[in-house]
Write a protein that binds this ligand. Structure first.
Ligand code: GDP
Length: 695
């Protein structure tokens, strides 16, 4: 019975087209399909058939035959449509001139686009080339009456038969012919080029719950089983092999790296292992880590650690996480939990197995046979080796000699070093590798790709650098003072007030934190990012700058370098000596009431040398000693160091003319609004009041 729907590759096979051609021709007919395994309706299939048949009604589709297996379906069942002109040698009387057959049909192009398979390719190689899981290929071989293992070679005939079975268009070539044309990086990957790749895993969770211990356990095990007395090198990621499968672990516990990378738009992680200590349960960073994983759309597997501890309560962990939406599989949910002890190694194999299982469900694939692309997960400046970065390849193969651009850095790969300090010639998808020789230190989270040549790499890097500078300028104008933050909180743009709190003693720090936490946070929440005893340091300012926080100091000041940095980065640093004032400011800020601080800025000063009485009052004949005197500005009258009066500069004259301002070194007449009791020898200091952030 004809099926209501059929797969694109089946239809392609029936019509003697490659899947790609069939997809293209369907698209011309307005039928959008994603891949060779997508389905089309009978009507859609008919439309394609009739187009190719020049309008003739289509015969029954060659859907999967319900017929018994002995005859493998190597030939399209229906003989009626134009025979698929596959390059079968039996095709009768092939005309000398290819043009002669060109008339209605698809014909030769299929050959031009065929996937090249080396003669004698193994099951595994073949599977990779056509993007099918090896076990599927083995099964299909079995149904054809042939039993092969993954590492065994295929005959030419088997390759042809399998290709037909999977709807792939292949050409068996001698190994030296097997060089594929480089794929344009902007072009979407042809599904048939995709090969399974290892999952890239990040271990996350609350501090001290055992993230590092889990990573170390796997790392040690790997070293024991693979390299006798191997040297290791912390490059930020490493691979673990088991049962012929690999996992790449990002070796940076905690979610800082993860967050940092995501902030840069990079997503390397395929799977997050959420570690929760069975004796401690869900803690704040557990929730944060989960939020990060969810925001990134990364599946989560829970490792309930420290089950060796007497107080361990894995059920409680499940209950707590179930409340957060991680319903355990054993309770009918879909989150996998593994109870482990990183310390004793209990169930660590099972954890690895589960990682593989989840990864398999994700069907992670990449084309290894193209120029490499990926992400830098770690980078630093090494005294001996210069700029060093660890890259994770996401597709393609990275080779020594490749010109690479990563963010605004570039290099020609001089050496590739793996986590075992081994030099390697090339690395493929999901492999981590350390690369030296960069023009500058790339940033974790920057993506990298192989360029056409060094010139292109350099050019792209420089263009990005220029854009980066521009972006920095924009960022510099971003508001970061308490008052600015406040206006944002009022418009609901930031969720809370981030604080870095420093104090002179542990006691005052604790008291301060305690009081801060008790403030009414209904409108704006207070997040204390860092607390500490001691002067406000450069580090504090850096953190504040990175997180849009303000720094408050109680009885402590910022040291010189911190002050400079704060100024450069526009960070609001506020030292206080009265705890009440600090609290009041913060409270006002959280309530949206903070008035900007007003500060007097001295504009200039003048010495009174003579007095002139006029109908409009006393005018002081002055000599400007500093800055300038400006009409309309505020003035203070200082006599022997004490302020005797504060008012406005009501008149300002040079000779007989009214002027707006008089600079230092000149004489002038100054009248002070509402004050006539000026004396010779008095100092008139002018100032204005500016609204500024406190420093
Ligand atoms: P991280 O901060 O999450 O990386 O946690 P660590 O891996 O540094 O572990 C914190 C502490 O817990 C260390 O003292 C570890 O020795 C201990 N620890 C880790 N895993 C286990 C475990 O399975 N059982 C026990 N009893 N202790 C563990």
């Amino acid at each position: 019975m004809p099926m209501a729907k059929m797969r694109v590759h089946e239809l392609a096979k029936e019509l003697g087209l490659s899947s790609k051609e069939a997809i293209a021709k369907l698209a011309e007919l307005g039928v959008e399909v994603k891949s060779h395994s997508s389905s089309v309706s009978e009507a859609e299939a008919d439309r394609l058939r009739s187009t190719l048949n020049g309008g003739a009604p289509a015969p029954a589709p060659a859907a999967k035959p319900a017929a018994p297996p002995p005859e493998p379906k190597r030939v399209p069942e229906a003989e009626a449509p134009p025979p698929a002109p596959k390059k079968t040698p039996e095709a009768e009387a092939p005309p000398e001139e290819p043009a002669a057959v060109a008339e209605p049909g698809p014909a030769e192009p299929a050959v031009a686009e065929a996937i090249h398979i080396s003669r004698g390719a193994t099951v595994e190689e073949f599977s990779g080339k056509i993007g099918q899981p090896p076990n599927q290929v083995i099964k299909t071989l079995l149904s054809m009456g042939t039993m092969k293992t993954i590492a065994q070679s295929l005959t030419d005939e088997e390759i042809e038969l399998l290709a037909m079975e999977f709807g792939a268009s292949v050409e068996v070539v001698s190994p030296e012919e097997d060089t594929e044309v480089e794929i344009d990086l902007t072009e979407a990957e042809d599904p048939s080029t995709l090969l399974a790749r290892a999952p890239v895993v990040t271990v996350m969770g609350h501090v001290d719950h055992g993230k590092s211990s889990i990573l170390q356990h796997f790392r040690k095990r790997e070293m024991l089983s693979f390299e006798a007395g191997g040297i290791t090198q912390a490059i930020g990621a490493y691979q673990v092999h088991s049962n012929g499968k690999e996992v790449t672990f990002i070796d940076t516990p905690g979610h800082e790296a993860f967050t940092q990378m995501r902030a840069r738009g990079a997503q390397v992680t395929d799977l997050a292992v959420l570690v929760v200590a069975a004796d401690d349960g869900v803690q704040p960073q557990t929730v944060e880590a989960l939020d990060h994983a969810r925001a990134a759309g990364v599946p989560v597997l829970v490792a309930v650690n420290k089950i060796d501890r007497p107080e361990a309560d894995p059920t409680r962990v499940r209950q707590q996480l179930a409340e957060l939406g991680l319903q355990p599989e054993e309770w009918g949910g879909d989150t996998v939990y593994v109870d482990v002890s990183a310390k004793n190694g209990t169930n660590m194999d099972q954890l690895l197995e589960m990682i593989h299982l989840i990864a398999e469900l994700q069907e992670l694939k990449a084309n290894p046979n193209t120029s490499a692309r990926g992400v830098a997960i770690e980078a630093h400046l090494d005294k001996g080796r210069g700029a060093v970065a660890t890259l994770i390849v996401q597709r393609g193969t990275l080779k020594v000699g490749d010109p690479v651009v990563c963010g605004s850095a570039w290099c020609r790969v001089r050496a590739l070093t793996d986590e075992n300090a081994q030099h390697v010639e090339s690395v493929g998808p999901s492999d981590p590798v350390q690369v030296t020789g960069w023009s500058k230190v790339p940033q974790a989270g920057d993506d990298f790709r192989v360029a056409k040549d060094e010139r292109e790499a350099k050019h792209i890097a420089q263009e990005r650098e220029a854009k980066f500078r521009q972006a920095e300028l924009v960022a510099a104008s971003k508001p970061r003072t308490l008052a600015d933050l406040l206006s944002l909180t009022q418009t609901g743009e930031i969720p809370g007030l981030n604080l870095v709190v420093k104090a002179d003693t542990q006691g005052s720090l604790e008291a301060l934190i305690d009081t801060l936490e008790k403030l009414d946070q209904t409108e704006v929440s207070i997040n204390i990012l860092r607390r500490g005893v001691g002067a406000i340091s450069e580090n504090d300012v850096t953190l504040a700058a990175a997180s849009g926080a303000i720094v408050v100091g109680f009885n402590v000041r910022a040291d010189a370098s911190a002050r400079q940095l704060a100024e450069a980065d526009g960070v609001d640093v506020r030292p206080y000596e009265v705890i009440y004032q600090l609290l009041e400011d913060i409270e006002q800020a959280t309530k949206g009431l903070l008035a900007p601080e007003q500060r007097e800025v001295v504009l200039g000063s003048a010495e009174v040398r003579a007095l002139f009485r006029t109908p409009r009052g006393v005018i002081a004949g002055c000599y400007v000693t500093e800055g300038q005197i400006i009409r309309g500005s505020k003035a203070r009258l200082i006599r022997e160091g004490a302020i005797v009066y504060t008012g406005d500069v009501s008149s300002l004259r040079r000779f007989r003319d009214d002027v707006r301002e008089v600079a230092s070194g000149f004489e002038c007449g100054v009248g002070i609004e509402g004050y006539n009791d000026i004396k010779e020898g008095d100092i008139i200091e002018t100032f204005e009041v500016r609204e500024v952030a406190r420093t």
